[in-house]
Design a protein around this ligand. Structure first.
Ligand code: FES
Length: 115
């Protein structure tokens, strides 16, 4: 398990998402949903879009390219054309800092494909 710095709480307004570059694990999208923090893979599993450029609708992120959606807390693919879940990460807050806890891929239940 690795702990990766994401951003400061003060940089993430309510109901927004931002991209965090991560060369080792793939870029991460970090979300503030009504004061709860979540993190998912930033790359849409349908093609090559950055989900951080999409829109948040309730607890879904809408991909900016073909408008498929994912459930932010679980990474579950919800709407066509997305069919493969995206990875999620547990987020820890320490003061003003947010961190993602990154498990080995083999141990990560969010990597199980839908259906
Ligand atoms: Fe995201 Fe197609 S690239 S839905």
């Amino acid at each position: 398990m690795k702990r990766v710095f994401l951003c400061n709480v003060s940089e993430l307004s309510v109901n927004t998402v931002r991209k965090v570059d991560n060369a080792e694990h793939g870029d991460i999208a970090v979300y503030n949903l009504s004061g709860q923090y979540y993190a998912t893979a930033d790359l849409c599993s349908h093609a090559t879009a950055s989900l951080a450029e999409g829109d948040i609708e309730d607890d879904l992120i809408v991909c900016p390219v073909h408008w498929g959606t994912f459930h932010i807390p679980t990474g579950e693919a919800r709407d066509f054309p997305c069919e493969i879940n995206i990875r999620t990460y547990k987020v820890e807050q320490e003061g003003d800092d947010l961190f993602a806890l990154i498990a080995d891929k083999a141990e990560d239940p969010s990597l199980i494909a839908k259906g």
